[in-house]
Design a binder for this molecule. Structure first.
Ligand code: GLU
Length: 285
């Protein structure tokens, strides 16, 4: 099978060494196998994403020598694709509108002892799941702001047991309830990261998803969505995150870790790539 990988940055800042390493893994895996490497801009958060950042990320990828195949897919141009899939799930009774504000949710969690927690914090307490059909309709008719959530227990029952394969971590049993009733379409956009990434990886025929291991918990719900939608499950390779010698993770706030800063400091593309691979523990110093 032909290998198809992708690099999917959100344009909310310059490319930094951690993301460049992700890009390197995807690019290298595709190129060594004569496969396809795609670049996708994950800009569904139209308020936070900036076109300038997108352009600088693409320029940095070119400078690093990571050439990609075909046009760059920009998620903000494909809301209709996500909307159609959302409607399919909604028609099956797997979603519900949630009218809660952040403050409502925090209050509800504080009031309920032992609220379940996931890797992203406490789960949504399910307040709006209990609304009657009439209450939902009335609030929607009144134009109340809302997001859409997946009814995770219902979805889990429909999907049945599942697993996925990660090249580093091996066979992983799916945990459909890991993120609780997560947001599948936000108040301001007809999608969420989880939905858009699942739909796009399917539409783009991605066969190997390479990304940081911080996203591993999300993979449980991406595979859940794949099961519900009848999509193939790709192979995963969640890689280690870059850390400094004390073990601290690098983040976007580490300004000297941007590719632009390293280029200005006189490093060559190969030196930047080697540095990333060393910090990921892939190369010994
Ligand atoms: N847009 C996500 C990020 O920048 C990508 C995660 C993924 O590759 O699925 O973290």
């Amino acid at each position: 099978m032909k290998i198809v990988t992708r690099f999917a940055p959100s344009p909310t800042g310059e490319l930094h060494l951690g993301s460049a390493y992700s890009a390197w893994v995807g690019w290298h895996r595709a190129r060594e196998a004569g496969g396809t490497f795609l670049v996708r801009i994950e800009d569904i958060d139209v308020r936070r994403c900036r076109r300038d950042d997108e352009l600088s990320i693409l320029a940095d990828l070119k400078w690093l020598g990571f050439d990609w195949d075909g046009p760059v897919r920009r998620q903000s141009e494909h809301f209709a694709d996500y909307g159609r899939v959302l409607d399919r799930l909604d028609a099956r009774g797997l979603l519900y509108p949630c009218f809660c504000s952040r403050a409502d949710i925090a209050r509800e969690i504080a009031a309920s002892a032992g609220a379940p927690h996931g890797p992203d914090g406490p789960h949504y307490p399910g307040t709006c799941r209990h609304l009657s059909l009439e209450q939902r309709r009335a609030r929607l008719r009144a134009g109340e702001e809302h997001c859409m959530r997946l009814d995770a227990a219902k979805a889990a029952a429909e999907a049945g047991p599942y697993h996925f394969i990660d090249e580093t971590h091996g066979r992983i049993e799916g945990e459909p309830l890991l993120l609780g009733d997560f947001v599948i379409a936000r108040k301001d956009t007809p999608t969420s990261y989880h939905l858009a990434v699942t739909v796009d990886d399917h539409l783009q025929g991605v066969t190997l998803v390479t990304r940081g291991e911080d996203v591993l918990p999300s993979t449980h719900v991406h595979v859940l969505l794949q099961r519900l939608l009848g999509y193939e499950t790709p192979l995963y390779a969640h890689h280690r995150l870059l850390t400094d010698p004390t073990g601290r993770r690098f983040a976007k706030r580490d300004r000297d870790m941007t590719i632009g800063a390293m280029r200005k400091a006189g490093l060559s593309p190969q030196q930047v790539i080697d540095r990333a691979r060393r910090l990921a523990g892939e190369l010994v110093a």
